[in-house]
Write a protein that binds this ligand. Structure first.
Ligand code: MG
Length: 200
């Protein structure tokens, strides 16, 4: 699906947009299941009843948030423009080099993490360091010449062609997994509840 299809989606809300954002992720080589596998690995030690469908549901719940969708659209669009060599310099070169001091990719991703508080933030830091599963694959995918064919021809690459620049996507996927993981942690039925002392 191209950007035009997203723009045409009526209302860009609810399930319609969730489906569209899943397709944007899949176009870049990331499925909900990929993210859910990371969520399961993070939360299973604390909840042995947790299943893959639970984790997929949590990822989709995070993806249903409009601010998450807009954050993903922004980061993926920048990755794709860099893939086509269309960004102004020096940003194009910074993206191609995945310059370590750039940091805007992590900053953008924090917008997704912050929805679920400190547990999400801690998990995001862990995933950024360990890069499990699809995060590691995205992180190792950079390199080679940018695709300067542009537009429709670049879109027409095979379904397996997921781009070369994933400066934003690796952090966005880490954030998505961290947020979905924190959401499950907050809902864990084994978590003890403490009453607040009454005033007066
Ligand atoms: Mg990055």
């Amino acid at each position: 699906m191209g950007a035009a299809a997203i723009r045409r989606a009526p209302g860009i809300g609810g399930m319609r947009m969730t489906t569209a954002i899943e397709r944007w992720l899949e176009r870049r080589g990331v499925t909900v299941r990929d993210v859910a596998e990371i969520v399961l690995s993070l939360q299973r030690p604390y909840n042995d009843r947790l299943t893959m469908p639970d984790c997929e549901e949590s990822v989709r719940a995070v993806l249903a948030k409009r601010e998450v969708q807009y954050t993903l659209l922004t980061g993926i669009a920048l990755d794709e423009l860099a893939d086509r060599g269309l960004l102004p310099e020096p940003l194009q070169q910074i993206m191609e080099d995945d310059e370590s001091l750039y940091g805007v990719d992590e900053t953008l991703a924090l917008g997704i993490v912050s929805v679920y508080g400190m547990i999400g933030l801690t998990s995001f830091g862990y995933l950024d360091k360990m890069k499990p599963g699809v995060i590691g694959r995205l992180n190792g995918a950079c390199g080679g010449e940018p695709d300067r064919r542009g537009g429709d021809e670049a879109d027409a690459r095979s379904g397996a062609a997921v781009g070369r620049v994933h400066v934003f996507l690796d952090d966005l996927v880490s954030a998505l997994a961290a947020a979905a993981s924190a959401r499950i942690a907050h809902q864990n039925p084994d978590a003890r509840k403490y009453g607040l002392p009454c005033e007066g």
